[in-house]
Design a protein around this ligand. Structure first.
Ligand SMILES: C[S@@+](CC[C@H](N)C(=O)[O-])C[C@H]1O[C@@H](n2cnc3c(N)ncnc32)[C@H](O)[C@@H]1O
Length: 279
């Protein structure tokens, strides 16, 4: 009997078929050099389903009887979910220094809406929530709500539980760790405070189908890097429409809107370029 580790990598044609499906479902653009990565990840699905070949798996994922259920696992196998607290802190510095003071003033009396779009395992939305709560020390109290969404069920469940350890939390300042987390008994892990966990709404959804109008800030960091230029532009324009006038979009440090045709106004700051909807 062939062991699963003996199944060779996908051939070029098989890779293209899966890559087209991934693009159709999640808009993720898999470059050709990802063939080994995709082969390794799909091998795990073959093993779990006891299927003998990638072609059997392709039929399985396209079969009406099994497609819906398997698509969840398939997309989980192909997404990259790396995330950690205190990632690209310049974004949060700009939020505290420029964005929140301005939005709190402009939208006094309104509830500010924040969205972590492609939130993975939850570090970004919790980090954002902590910064919002901390900012009230200088800005005074304001009402807010926060949505964290991702296409992968598994990471959204992880985010809801809010339990982290190791590399994910190593950059969190000690005083913040003490204030917003509790150490779990007999474990080298910390859980986000219950009130913060309950404050954030987590949802599984595809960004290209999401519609959340009235946002004041959208964080979509290290997500667009996986999309092609055309899909990036489509998504960024969707975000533009979902922001209030004067609202902000935050993207990852390796991402840029420079090549995209969008309505965003750029605002250079010491903490990096800010992207603001015209008001
Ligand atoms: C590298 S993580 C970024 C996490 C976080 N934003 C950060 O910067 O730390 C990228 C996330 O985007 C999600 N993603 C990719 N395509 C998506 C789509 N079409 N809709 C929603 N989420 C998507 C992936 O599941 C993954 O969790």
């Amino acid at each position: 009997m062939t062991s699963f580790s003996e199944i060779p990598d996908l051939d070029g044609e098989q890779f293209q078929r899966f890559a087209r499906l991934i693009h159709e479902k999640a808009h993720i653009h898999l470059k050709d050099h990802k063939i080994t990565l995709l082969s390794n990840r799909l091998r795990k699905r073959l093993r779990a389903l006891k299927l003998a070949s990638y072609d059997d798996y392709f039929r399985y994922i396209n079969d009406e009887a099994t497609a819906k259920q398997e698509m969840v696992h398939f997309l989980e196998a192909v997404t990259t979910n790396e995330s950690y607290f205190w990632r690209t802190t310049q974004n949060f510095e700009a939020l505290k220094k420029h964005v929140l003071p301005e939005l709190v003033k402009a939208y006094r009396g309104s509830r500010l809406k924040f969205w972590s779009a492609g939130c993975s395992t939850g570090e970004e939305p919790y980090n954002l929530a902590i910064e919002i709560v901390e900012s009230m020390k200088s800005l005074g109290h304001f009402e807010w709500e926060l949505l964290g969404s991702d296409i992968s069920n598994r990471v959204v469940d992880f985010a809801r539980a809010g339990i982290y350890s190791g590399r994910k939390i190593e950059r969190i300042p000690e005083n913040i760790l003490r204030r917003y987390f509790r150490k779990l008994d007999d474990q080298d892990a910390y859980q986000v405070r219950q009130d913060l966990r309950e404050k954030i709404k987590f949802d599984t959804e595809n960004l290209f189908e999401a519609n959340h109008p009235g946002q004041h800030c959208i964080f979509c960091r290290n997500v667009m890097i996986y999309f092609n230029r055309q899909d990036q532009e489509k998504l960024v324009n969707r975000f533009y429409d979902m922001l209030v006038d004067g609202g902000y979009l935050f993207i990852g440090h390796a991402e840029s809107l420079q090549m995209l045709d969008t309505g965003f106004k750029t605002r250079p700051t010491e903490e990096g370029v800010l992207y603001q909807k015209q008001s």
